[in-house]
Design a protein around this ligand. Structure first.
Ligand SMILES: Cc1ncc(COP(=O)(O)O)c(C=O)c1O
Length: 490
């Protein structure tokens, strides 16, 4: 670097270096986007061997650092925009989201206090108001952008826990956990995201606090089983801290019966948190908005924009029905959110977040809504849901493929099951499907998920990408079949 100032600032030297670095990087991205393979197919061992951290003590300079990032990172990255990249809830991103990242990164605003992010704070607060109106909550700004679903679920469970103890006259914030903690329970379906367990462990109540409710044939929470389990818990002297309903389970995309769950919880004054990390995208949908019927009744909601809202990672939100519950996590730091500032109406978002320094991820959603308009946004969300239905129909017509469950959102669960074959038993069939998934990734041609549904090991396509067509998926399914045949023949 030999004496150059490496900081982004107003000088001609700095702005020139900035432009060069961004141009070099974006050119490399454009080239990478043209790579025909979904993945270069290197193994764990190969990448470990290839990637070495031998930093040059003098520094290489920006240009060489970018070249090395292209060589060692970009070329061996997974092409999330590739039509055959369908394993996870991992979306390709909007072009405008890339532009937003440039602005977010260059300005480096921090969302904890107004004096570190003036316009950004106001934009985020207004977006939260708007999201609340989409959910059907009363006007207000209780909610905040988060790093994603896991953190939003943590906020919901933490506030549910603290409200539960507050009702008994105890402040968790001041005094910590007390009492017979083994008797405190959270209910969620057996298909709820694992972050419920992880978060309950973080919150000091352990995995043992999570009671799993049975699901129906479509992986949706069985409300009768919930009712019975709640009654049983009460009979056992247990206390119920919250019910977590899921709107869009990770594999099946199942949406729990939100209205019925909220009704049951209201009778017993139980906090309901809805994990709508995936299904929350339907808030914008014209065709499928009614799938979220009842979401407006619950106490808190997780939304995730780095799933079917096509934003770059990270971008999520937490919405809280009643602003008063934010008092439960209130902390006044003289340097960020002083009483003096608050008395003058200076807004701050640190009081609403688990994070202190925080990215302005809200800009991506704002620019996405501005650029696409709600109608086009709805179309690209609906595309995946509709495509999954078409793909499911196609799969069910193929003699060597078996549809494991009818799709509800944009995922299709299926398995390769050749009719005339020598597969000994279910375990062999499960292993074959697992090996198909592995072989596809190893070849670099496709990334298809391998998961389990109702005890059946199966393959999963998560069809978020709005540019993918039924023809693309037919090609992918042909690849699944030929890979299966090759594995059987070997
Ligand atoms: C239903 C559900 N909730 C929560 C999460 C966690 O979200 P994140 O990865 O953004 O933390 C996921 C992740 O896939 C999910 O599928």
């Amino acid at each position: 670097m030999s004496g150059l100032n490496p900081i982004l600032a107003a000088s001609a030297q700095s702005t020139e270096a900035y432009k060069q670095a961004i141009e070099q990087s974006s050119k490399a991205v454009v080239q990478w986007l043209q790579q025909p393979e979904m993945y270069q197919g290197k193994s764990v061992a190969e990448l470990r061997e290839r990637i070495t951290l031998d930093f040059n003590p003098q520094g290489l300079g920006n240009q060489a650092a970018i070249e090395r990032a292209v060589e060692f990172f970009l070329k061996d990255s997974l092409s999330v925009h590739h039509p055959q990249c369908v394993a996870h809830l991992h979306c390709p991103s909007l072009v405008v989201s890339q532009a937003a990242e440039v602005l977010i990164n260059a300005t480096n605003q921090s969302m904890d206090s107004w004096d570190q992010s003036p316009s950004a704070t106001i934009i985020e607060m207004k977006l939260i108001e708007w999201l609340r109106s989409q959910v059907g909550y009363q006007a207000g700004d209780a909610g905040v952008f988060t790093s994603g679903g896991t953190q939003s679920n943590l906020m919901g469970l933490m506030l549910a826990r603290d409200a539960f103890f507050a009702r008994q006259g105890h402040s968790i914030q001041q005094d910590g956990l007390v009492g017979n903690l083994k008797k405190i329970k959270v209910f969620c379906s057996e298909h709820a995201h694992f972050s419920v367990q992880k978060n309950m462990a973080l919150l000091g109540l352990g995995y043992q606090s999570v009671t799993l409710v049975k699901t129906d044939a479509f992986a949706r929470m069985d409300v009768n089983d919930l009712r019975e389990k709640l009654a049983q818990a009460k009979a056992n002297g247990e206390q119920i801290l919250a019910i977590v309903a899921t709107a869009g389970t990770t594999d099946a995309g199942a949406i729990d019966p939100l209205r019925a769950i909220a009704g049951l919880a209201a009778e017993q004054q139980i906090w309901v948190h809805v994990d709508a990390a995936w299904g929350g995208a339907l808030l914008l949908s014209e065709r499928y908005r009614d799938y979220l019927d009842g979401i407006e009744l619950v106490d808190s909601v997780t939304l995730d924009f780095h799933k079917q809202f096509f934003q770059t990672i990270s971008c999520g939100a937490f919405l809280l029905k009643e602003a008063r519950h934010y008092e439960l996590m209130r902390y006044q730091a003289a340097y960020l959110n002083s009483e003096f500032d608050e008395a003058q109406g200076v807004p701050n978002l640190v009081s609403k977040s688990l994070q202190t320094t925080r990215r302005f991820d809200a800009l991506k959603l704002w620019m996405g809504l501005e650029a696409l308009g709600q109608k086009q946004y709805a179309q690209i969300i609906d595309h995946g849901v509709t495509l999954a239905q078409q793909v499911a129909h196609y799969v069910s017509e193929q003699p060597s493929l078996e549809l494991v469950m009818q799709p509800q959102l944009a995922s299709v669960l299926f398995r390769y099951r050749p009719t005339a074959s020598t597969i000994a038993d279910d375990a062999a069939l499960a292993l074959l499907n697992q090996r198909i998934g592995d072989a596809l990734l190893d070849s670099g041609r496709a990334n298809v998920g391998v998961t389990e549904s109702g005890g059946v090991t199966c393959l999963k396509m998560t069809l978020l990408n709005p540019t993918v067509t039924l023809e693309d998926i037919k090609t992918l399914l042909a690849l699944v079949e030929s890979t299966g045949q090759a594995l059987l023949a070997a």
